[in-house]
Ligand binder design. Structure first.
Ligand code: A3P
Length: 336
């Protein structure tokens, strides 16, 4: 099934079409993801996996006009995008932790594809309003997205500042596994091994992982791009905040830096209702068991992977990083 037509493509220039996942693949995934009631689609080219509502409206986000004073936070899901967007918002808003704690992060740094992350097949008026409100937000905006560059406005990097957050894929797999069990929209019913299998086969939402990260890595020297790692935040939170501040042209005082470093520590952020997404339990979006702010560690994969699974994942990483100078840290001697 093609979700685009020739006219749209010509007019909108998004040279990507979305197709329903092939029946044989979908048949395998379906019992494990009962939350995906309308199935999944995949882009060609790119093989980006998403839900059909997004597939139908991909050009809307492709055409979302970036502004020169925007900051866009990009990253694959579970790489620490919530953490980093709170960090950026604070730097862009005079380190005002009181204001940050007074308004939920989803309103301060909206995720642009959020209106499409439902099993509906039509965009509801509420979701349309949400999308319009992002377009109308006051400058400077801090926007977040899990979409790869090629699905975003082609002028994004020339126009706005972009921060990209990456995390080692072993911890991403573990974090995403727990996330898909926690969030009812996914409602994952399988084991960690099965989830990892889907991840390695690029069948998980927002897959494939490596092209997402490698494409951003290839842009890391662009003057509008700041590429950062979750593991570095865990190693030296204050030092990393200083680098982002520098990139954004912000000059927080020593006192402000101390304040936001403290605010952004896992133990504090996980108790902060404007960021920790506990709201999802009250609104019925999440199951009661588990937390969005789960462990916040580097190396938790060691508590989850069998030696066999670990060796399989090592080979997959090696194959995908062949010829690249990107490497990941999967363990830390010292972390917050
Ligand atoms: P874990 O599931 O490993 O705990 P995202 O926001 O991109 O969905 O990423 C979520 C991951 O970032 C979760 O990882 C979450 O706990 C972690 N995280 C969020 N805030 C953090 C913080 N202040 N310190 C460390 N990890 C944090």
């Amino acid at each position: 099934m093609s979700l685009s037509n020739g006219n749209n493509l010509k007019q909108l220039q998004l040279r990507v079409q979305f197709y329903s996942m092939p029946q044989n693949e979908w048949k395998k995934l379906r019992p494990h993801f009962p939350g995906y009631t309308s199935g999944l689609v995949r882009s060609e080219p790119g093989k980006f996996v998403m839900n059909p509502l997004y597939g139908f409206h991909a050009e809307k986000l492709y055409h979302m006009q970036p502004r020169s004073d925007d900051v866009w936070l990009l990253g694959f899901p579970k790489c620490g995008t919530t953490w980093t967007s709170e960090l950026i918002w604070l730097l862009m808003n005079d380190c005002d932790t009181a204001r940050a704690s007074g308004t939920h992060l989803i309103f301060r740094t909206p995720c642009i594809e959020l209106p499409f992350l439902t099993s509906e097949i039509e965009l509801s008026p509420q979701m349309m309003n949400l999308l319009n409100s992002i377009e109308k937000m006051e400058s400077p905006r801090v926007l977040k997205s899990h979409l790869p560059f090629y699905l975003l406005h082609p002028d994004l990097l020339e126009t706005s500042k972009v921060v990209y957050i990456a995390r080692n894929p072993k911890d991403v797999i573990v974090s995403f596994y727990h996330h898909t069990k926690l969030v009812k929209r996914h409602n994952f019913q399988g084991t960690l091994e099965q989830f990892a299998e889907y991840f390695l086969e690029d069948e998980i939402l927002c897959s494939p992982y490596f092209p997402h990260v490698l494409d951003a890595w290839s842009k890391r020297h662009h003057p509008h791009m700041h590429f950062m790692f979750f593991e570095d935040l865990k190693r030296d939170l204050r030092g990393e905040i200083e680098k982002v501040a520098d990139f954004l042209g912000q000059t927080p005082s020593d006192e402000q830096l101390t304040k936001i470093t403290n605010h952004l520590r896992f133990e504090n952020l996980r108790h902060n209702d404007s960021v920790n997404n506990e709201l999802g339990k009250r609104t019925g979006f999440m199951n009661k068991d588990g937390n969005f702010m789960r462990k916040g560690k580097t190396g938790d994969w060691k508590n989850h992977f069998s030696p066999e699974l670990n060796s399989k994942i090592d080979k997959w990483i090696e194959k995908n990083l062949k010829g690249s100078d990107l490497s990941f840290i999967t363990e830390l001697d010292q972390q917050d």
